[in-house]
Design a protein around this ligand. Structure first.
Ligand code: IPE
Length: 261
């Protein structure tokens, strides 16, 4: 079982407004299709971020911090609608490449408490996998028992599903070749032990990102591997042709940064 996240920075131009990278989307879909042909038993869940679709409205309304006023609830609906527009483009590209992609809406099943997912429906994801489909989830809005509403990132959705689905790999494909140090070199391995040393080298991210950039992503990934010792995480470039395909075929030896316990 592999979880593959297509970062918002990979499939959209994060500095624009609702600007999709169609060429990247088509190539990545072709790589996923080829990997499935080579390994028909592959159980794969694809997720995608927001990039220039969800983050702009989310930042404008402060949706991640909570939702209370009518205007903020309008923002909540707008953030979701923007994510659905992107999700439509992603699933269409996958279907066009021959992948039986089935979109599953996180906000229809996730419930949060103070910004954390406390419940999510894993059963439809499992049923889709058993049917040979490729479930597609995404960063979305979610109802929250404490703060009304919030935003849940793709990784947070995947983490919430990990208990039920037991993925052996989580592949995070972005626009950079991995987690970079001050000199711009890929850090091959991050663990809880060396994270303190490399933290200063990790900045925020380009463009608008309400869910926090690289440092917070690496932190939450370390928390995830602590919780799921059988899981390995790899951060890799989806911009370099062939890398996602190679990682789906042989995740152990693919490039990028591995995050382990
Ligand atoms: C963000 O999802 C979703 C919204 C802003 C609604 P992610 O946090 O997973 O997206 P990226 O990959 O950083 O763009």
């Amino acid at each position: 079982m592999i979880f593959l996240k297509l970062g918002g920075s990979l499939i959209t131009d994060k500095t624009g407004v609702e600007a999709v990278r169609e060429d990247v989307l088509a190539r990545v879909a072709a790589e996923i299709a080829a990997a499935r042909r080579e390994n028909p038993g592959l159980r794969l869940v694809v997720g995608h971020g927001g990039g220039s679709f969800g983050h702009v409205a989310a930042a404008q309304y402060g949706t991640r911090q909570g939702v209370e006023t009518a205007e903020q609830w309008l923002g909540f609906a707008e953030v979701h609608a923007a994510m659905v527009r992107l999700n439509r483009l992603v699933t269409e590209a996958m279907l066009l490449a021959g992948i039986p992609a089935l979109s599953l809406q996180p906000s229809a099943s996730a419930l949060c408490k103070n910004g954390r997912i406390v419940a999510i429906a894993a059963q439809p994801v499992l049923a889709a996998l058993d049917a040979g489909l490729v479930p597609v989830i995404y960063g979305d809005v979610a109802f929250d028992a404490e703060i009304g509403g919030t935003i849940i990132s793709t990784e947070e959705v995947m983490m919430a599903l990990a208990d039920a689905l037991n993925p052996s790999w989580l592949l995070l494909a972005g626009e950079v070749p991995g987690v970079l140090d001050e000199a711009g070199c890929v850090i091959p391995m991050i663990t809880a032990d060396n994270f303190v040393d490399i933290q200063s080298a990790l900045g925020g991210s380009r463009g608008t990102d309400v869910t926090g950039g690289m440092t917070s992503k690496v932190k939450s990934m370390l928390a995830l591997v602590a919780q799921q010792p059988a899981l390995s995480i790899r951060i890799l470039s989806g911009l370099e042709a062939g890398l996602i395909g190679a990682a789906l075929g042989m995740p152990e030896s693919a490039g990028g940064t591995r995050i382990s316990q």
